[in-house]
Every structure is written in structure tokens, then in C-alpha cells.
Design a protein around this ligand. Sequence first.
Ligand SMILES: NC(=O)c1ccc[n+]([C@@H]2O[C@H](COP(=O)([O-])OP(=O)(O)OC[C@H]3O[C@@H](n4cnc5c(N)ncnc54)[C@H](O)[C@@H]3O)[C@@H](O)[C@H]2O)c1
Length: 131
Amino acid sequence: MEEFAGRTAIVTGAGSGMGKAFALRWGAEGMNVVIGDIQQDALDTTAAELSAAGVPVAALRTDVSKLADIEALADAAEERFGKIHLVNNNARRRGLPGRADLGGDRQGLGLDAVGQPHVGDLRASGRSCRG
Ligand SMILES: NC(=O)c1ccc[n+]([C@@H]2O[C@H](COP(=O)([O-])OP(=O)(O)OC[C@H]3O[C@@H](n4cnc5c(N)ncnc54)[C@H](O)[C@@H]3O)[C@@H](O)[C@H]2O)c1
């Protein structure tokens, strides 16, 4: 669709499931796609599939529970493609709906408690815009 073509999407949890499906779909719509996931192998596989389909893609290992990782993903998107137009946060720990794999003391905390606010910060910082 014209309104998506040439614009840039960030997708977290893009190594599998909904995140991967969204990444491939945004690519099929003609978007630049910037993907993050905590699992490097799965991330690499999604990046390779996007590249093979001719989609401009940037991939960076990202733990959504870490604000620095989210910022680095946004930096990568802006450096490669300019504006960010769409952010999909799909990261979760398998088997626990809505939960990211946080590790250590933070294990089991929900995305709503940790990851989502960081992605929200990204939106609130004005990086994500519709221009
Ligand atoms: N699968 C469905 O049919 C469905 C339907 C509606 C909503 N959802 C929602 O979509 C979200 C994703 O579900 P899914 O089924 O695609 O899950 P999934 O387990 O297939 O994929 C989740 C991805 O998140 C990654 N991840 C885990 N912790 C992370 C972290 N800290 N940082 C970055 N990446 C991390 C995993 O490595 C994995 O690749 C969930 O919130 C789920 O509730 C899923």
C-alpha cells in the first residue's frame, strides 16, 4: 500500500511468531524493516528471509527489557533509514503470554512492566513519527 511503501518499521521479537510475521508483512508492503530479538540465531534467520525477498533490512540483537538496547535499535533505524514511522513490540517469553525473557531477578516480569515502557519511551521521545 502506498502509505507504507518506503517508510520504516521497527519490529521487536522479530525472531519468531507474530514479530516475524509482522516483519515479513511490512517488508511485503514495501517498508524498510528494522528488527530486534534477544535470540541472535532467530534474528539472523528473519533478516536473511527479508533480504532474500529484497526488503531493505537492519537487524540488531535487542533485549526489550533494556532501555539502552531499545535506544540502540532506534539509532540503527535512524542511521540507516532516517525517520521511524511504525513500532511493533512483539517480544515475549515463549509459553508466557505477554512476557519477555528477562533473566536473573527480573525473570517473569511482564512486558507491560518492563519492555513496553521502554518502547513507549521511544514513541514519546518523538523518534517515531508519521512524516
Ligand atoms: N501467536 C499468536 O497467535 C498471538 C495472537 C495475539 C497476540 N499475540 C501476542 O503477540 C506477542 C508475541 O507472541 P508470539 O506468539 O509471536 O511469541 P513467540 O514466542 O513466537 O515470539 C516471541 C519472540 O520474542 C523474543 N523475545 C523474548 N524475550 C525477549 C526480550 N527480552 N527482548 C527481545 N526479544 C525477546 C523471543 O526470542 C521470540 O522470538 C505476545 O505478546 C502475544 O501475547 C500472539
